[in-house]
Ligand binder design. Structure first.
Ligand code: SF4
Ligand code: SF4
Length: 438
């Protein structure tokens, strides 16, 4: 009896989402799009199956602490490939976050997940951990240590983390001629659109070169780039893990920071962060004090590629290379952004863009999934690496830090250290060669 009361309270958050569960007509169109269903063949590991489990909890037929609910909700990548194919418009991503919040209240999150969320949610801890990570990367120790660890169990989790760290090194853009003589950029005419940029947690810690390339290329395209003082991690990892309070705490800092910046656009260069920030309105839908502010910020968020294509982007110098491009799930499925990053790449003279076969399927990185599920995440990742290598390109290219590390670590396991690049890095190199930055 006591258990029933407790579980009824736990299911209350999910119950409040009944309106989001009702539109599912159980047609099953989403099943072929689901990477976990395709690999495991278990209906409980499909979107429809997971929605059934959520419904069972809401109706009191299933205990949220049960292995069935915990296991199958946990195994979801959160890739949202099931959303665009759903004829009923089921908001699966929002439901998953609340289902995980319900699951976490019934059974605490694993220690590794809790530790990662604590680190990502704290500026001082991030600076220590990423500082140490950069040192290991610079000294080449991340790779050495990863090679010595076992492939499964606790060692497997650390091994995956270290190989992802190693994979965050700069990709090797083939060298090319640089224009002689200072050229610089033409003077801006009139007042420029003011754009704030998100530094992010992993990007700031391991991909500051992508952040700088983002600022330079926006500036080169006539935008006034402003800093967003007081900004923080976007909260994506917390939201995906069901720690919605943690996500709201971080989101509030970003909402305030964006309001202070006076910018009209918030450019984001990581698909996972962009997806979460465009959903800030949903995150605060029950909070009258923050809802409108959150919705305003969500409406201002754009992937950096969308901002750049509004101006062309401006052409630079030749960067002769081929790239195997993979769509991040949180750009393609969650934000519906498909063409803009390809347009950025195609705007660079000399770049041969080859879209990876099956580019609409998750790479298995999925935030911290590759670390918390090294077996299934690893299997999905291996398929992606096969598809990337089949293109025979100079480098892999994808606009999301997590995907860059997941694909890059898979390439490293095959002895391929060409690395992964973000589209803005190639545009930035093109501008550098054109002499725009002098
Ligand atoms: S496609 Fe949509 S409506 Fe059909 S089973 Fe999947 S979630 Fe339900
Ligand atoms: S989010 Fe991805 S893994 Fe999860 S149910 Fe949808 S398609 Fe499957």
């Amino acid at each position: 009896m006591a258990d029933t009361i407790v579980n009824g309270k736990l299911a209350a958050a999910l119950e409040a989402q009944s309106d989001r569960l009702l539109p599912c007509v159980h047609c099953g169109f989403c099943l072929p799009a689901c990477p976990t269903y395709n690999r495991l063949g278990d209906e409980n590991d499909s979107p429809r199956g997971r929605l059934h489990l959520m419904n069972a909890v809401v109706e009191g037929r299933l205990d949220p602490a049960s292995d069935a609910f915990q296991t199958h909700i946990d195994r979801c990548l959160g890739c949202r490939a099931c959303e665009p194919v759903c004829p009923s418009g089921v908001e699966y991503g929002a439901l998953l976050e609340v289902a995980r919040e319900t699951a976490n209240a019934a059974r605490p999150l694993p220690r590794l997940t809790r530790a990662l969320l604590t680190i990502m949610g704290s500026r001082p801890l991030r600076s220590v951990v990423f500082g140490g990570g950069r040192l290991l990367r610079t000294l080449g120790l991340a790779r050495v240590l990863a090679d010595r660890l076992p492939k499964s169990g606790r060692g497997g989790e650390l091994r995956q983390a270290l190989s992802m760290l190693e994979a965050s090194r700069a990709g090797s853009i083939p060298p090319g001629p640089v224009a002689h003589g200072a050229r610089g950029l033409p003077q801006r005419e009139g007042s420029a659109v003011r754009v704030a940029t998100l530094d992010g947690c992993v990007q700031a810690g391991l991909y500051s070169r992508v952040n700088r390339a983002t600022e330079r290329t926006l500036d080169a395209n006539g935008y006034e780039v402003v800093s967003m003082r007081g900004q923080d991690c976007c909260g994506a990892l917390h939201a995906h893990a069901g720690d919605l309070e943690g996500a709201r705490r971080l989101a509030k800092r970003n909402i305030e920071a964006f309001e202070r910046s006076g910018a009209s656009t918030l450019a984001v260069n990581a698909a996972g962060c962009g997806a979460t920030m465009t959903d800030y309105g949903t995150l605060f839908e029950d909070d009258a004090a923050w809802r409108e502010r959150a919705e305003r910020v969500a409406a201002a968020v754009s992937d950096v590629s969308e901002v750049l294509v509004q101006t062309g982007p401006r052409r630079g110098a030749m960067v002769e290379c081929s790239v195997a491009y993979d769509h991040p799930c949180h750009l393609m499925h969650a934000q519906g952004v498909v063409e803009a990053p390809l347009s950025v790449l195609r705007a660079v003279p000399g770049v041969d863009v080859r879209v990876v076969e099956g580019a609409d399927e998750c790479c298995g990185g999925a935030g911290i999934y590759a670390m918390t599920h090294p077996d299934l995440g690893g299997e999905i990742g291996e398929d992606k690496v096969d598809a990337v290598r089949a293109q025979g390109a100079d480098m892999a290219c994808t606009p999301n830090a997590g995907c860059m590390m997941q694909i890059g670590s898979g390439l490293l396991r095959r002895g391929d250290d060409t690395g992964t690049v973000h589209p803005v890095e190639i545009l930035d190199e093109s501008y550098r060669r054109a002499g725009y930055y002098r």
